[in-house]
Design a protein around this ligand. Structure first.
Ligand code: HEM
Ligand code: SF4
Ligand code: SF4
Length: 381
């Protein structure tokens, strides 16, 4: 496409430059009923999965319809969302912290028409465009990352496994049969962008091979001390290497100490480690961020490795389904997955979910590992 200037002058880059203006103020985009009743809400009800009503002191009501969003969306799709908002909601719409889309209307009749419209919208492939759900004690959207769409450090994809998992758990997006809400998150490497370390179920991309060393370019591409300091297990040390007839500065990796975190590659482009067969998925469970009844918890590793199986990640989704079913059957009302696992004991959790317990799951990272071992005779056979 031919170049079209926006008015920016590359010869005078600082001229007419606007900076530090921040985001638009949020209240500019409030629907009138929200603006009017802000800070004066009395109570709310979940009318059915995906549909809420909030009632204000004034008696005003707001009906909210929550719809699944794929997070990665085209402008075409955003425009369709805007058309819906224009038609039913006076042009107002909002996104949730889990990337669902919420349409708000101020009376019941409009709400019913909106729901009917949303339910009818599908892509050519047959998937719902804006499936209604994600409220209450069910499964809501999966917080996820960039994967093979855009990042250079992933060990797995994000959008692909998320679609496969939500297809598997779709009925729980649209009902409230679980003991409590179940948060699923995914991160494609253990930088853990997002919420994997604090979710009921977490999908995490994992490597199993040490980095390759591009000695020829390493000193040209990398600040060597940074690569050394990047390693949590001190597996990287400086070294001199002969490439052809030249001696160059580089690093050496002690492969017995490397646990494939990929941090050194983040610092140094000459230490790539992605590998088709080596890379895969770790599953973690039992995290939460709220302080409802129990304190917030980290999620814990319960499956050490599942291979990447694009495009549908069958083993990953089947394992997640098994964990969800065991939790649904075993937990008490209001118990989050981590509350349940801690009450019944992790040894029971592995039984109930039919997960293999391997030595990989035993913490061996520094002094704190000791506190994850069992210093008690309290144990069930
Ligand atoms: C054949 C019989 C028994 C054997 C072989 C046995 C063995 C042991 C052993 C190896 C320990 C751990 C010691 C340590 O701290 O390293 C222990 C602790 C203990 N045993 Fe026994 N025991 C026997 C019977 C009993 C009986 C009959 C009682 C009480 C009625 C008893 C009460 C205790 C108590 C209170 C402890 C301390 C537990 C703790 O606070 O950590 N044991 N026993
Ligand atoms: S989790 Fe890792 S691979 Fe995924 S987007 Fe974040 S940094 Fe990139
Ligand atoms: S991958 Fe991680 S553990 Fe291995 S050498 Fe690099 S920084 Fe160290």
């Amino acid at each position: 496409m031919a170049f079209i200037s926006s008015g920016y002058n590359p010869d005078k880059p600082m001229e007419n430059r606007i900076t530090d203006i921040g985001p638009q103020k949020y209240d500019k985009f409030y629907p009138p009923v929200i603006a009017k009743n802000k800070g004066k809400w009395l109570y709310h009800e979940i009318i059915k999965p995906g549909v809420l009503v909030h009632v204000a002191e004034s008696g005003d009501e707001v009906y909210t319809v929550r719809c699944g969003g794929a997070r990665l969306m085209t402008v075409t799709h955003i425009r369709e969302i805007c058309e819906i908002a224009d038609k039913y909601c006076g042009g107002y719409v909002r996104w949730t912290t889990r990337n669902n889309v919420e349409f708000m209307v101020d009376d019941k009749a409009k709400c019913d028409a909106l729901i009917k419209d949303l339910e009818g919208r599908k892509f050519d492939g047959g998937s719902f465009k804006l499936p209604i759900g994600g409220t209450g004690a069910g499964v809501t959207n999966i917080i996820h990352t960039q994967g093979w769409i855009h990042c250079h450090t992933p060990a797995t994809d994000a959008s692909g496994p998320v679609k496969a998992t939500l297809d598997e758990l779709f009925s729980d997006f649209q009902n409230h049969r679980l003991p409590a809400q179940l948060r699923v998150s995914l991160a494609c490497c253990l930088n853990m962008c997002g919420a994997v370390h604090c979710s009921d179920i977490a999908i995490l991309g994992y490597h199993r091979k040490p980095p390759l060393l591009d000695h020829e370019y390493l000193d040209k591409m990398c600040e060597i001390p940074l690569a050394i300091a990047a390693c949590p297990t001190a597996a990287v040390k400086p070294s001199k290497v002969t490439v052809g007839d030249k001696e160059v500065k580089s690093v050496a990796v002690n492969e017995d100490r490397c646990m494939f975190c990929g941090n050194c590659y983040t610092m140094c482009p000459s230490m790539p480690l992605a590998d088709q067969e080596g890379d895969g998925i770790v599953l973690m469970v039992g995290g939460k961020v709220s302080n409802r009844i129990s304190m917030p918890k980290f999620s814990k590793v319960v499956v050490a490795f599942i291979p990447n199986e694009p495009p549908r990640w069958g083993t990953t989704t089947a394992t997640i389904k098994r964990i969800v079913e065991a939790y649904a059957a075993g937990a008490n009302k209001y118990e989050r997955l981590g509350d349940w696992a801690e009450r019944i004991g992790w040894e029971r959790f592995f039984d109930k979910c039919e997960l293999e317990f391997t030595h990989h799951l035993i913490d061996d990272f520094r002094d704190p590992a000791y506190y994850t071992w069992r210093q008690s005779t309290q144990f069930k056979f």
